[in-house]
Design a protein around this ligand. Sequence first.
Ligand code: ZN
Length: 308
Amino acid sequence: MAQHTQQQWIERIHCSSVPLEDLSDTACPVCESTDRQQLIEERGYPLWRCKWCTHVYISPRPSQSWLADLYSSEYMPDSDDGQSWEVYLDRIFEASARAILAYHPQRGDLLDVGTGFGGFLIRAEQDGWRLHGLEPNSSAFAVAKDRLRDRAVLYETIFEEADLAPGSYDGIVMTNVIEHVREPLDICRRAYTLLRPGGFLGLRWPQTSWITLNRARLAGISRTDNPIIGAPIHLHDFQRRSMELLMHRAGFVDIKHAWSSTRRQPKQSLPKATVVKLLTAVAYGTHCVTGGRRMTPFVARLTLGRKP
Ligand SMILES: [Zn+2]
């Protein structure tokens, strides 16, 4: 069993603090507008909403070198084989695999960015994809390598620095990656370049700020040490509009928001577990009735777009 429970790990990693010299201001990372409204201060990091594209983001934000150090060293939880961790994620991998097949029934070369212990690639293998993965954390990479052996091409690096050939992939998947990166538009544009024509990009992204922010507002506070979006590890909280703009600006068309399920929750009190189930049921019902066009907050989505 892992030395940390998932919840302990989340609390530890989200309490990381960024030195002042590693912080710099930014305009909206999606549309580049500087017209914005401050929502709250989360753990000392101002949280903004872009007035033009609705994107929610922190500014100032950590430097690329601080983030690269974090993800290559302490970011992944301690784990013997990764499987105890992935028990929490299996429903997400299953939902993503099904959504991808519905969107893109053809197979080919699939690149999983931030592959962790390799769980999503192992699931995707069942569907007949040729497997490729990137993972910067050395201990997670070693586990993924051991589990997948020569059935996958794996690189121990971050996406921004990976030496990959343009036009090499039929699909690129990033599960809970895009909210961690400084320049989401650059990431999506790089993915576009790496795809073959007709290939797809799938971004799984959380939505958290609506509920956490309104809870803070009801309490009448303007700064908090409680998580709102998860700063400074999460730099963004995408909204439907800002996610679609991000994909469009990178060149993707035929954008769809697929249901992505939720991670299994570690031990919760009965009232909390009931609220989580209720919110998930409302989100799922709304998603089905509107074909994914309306989103209730709280539940993550897998947004898919195609390279023409
Ligand atoms: Zn914007």
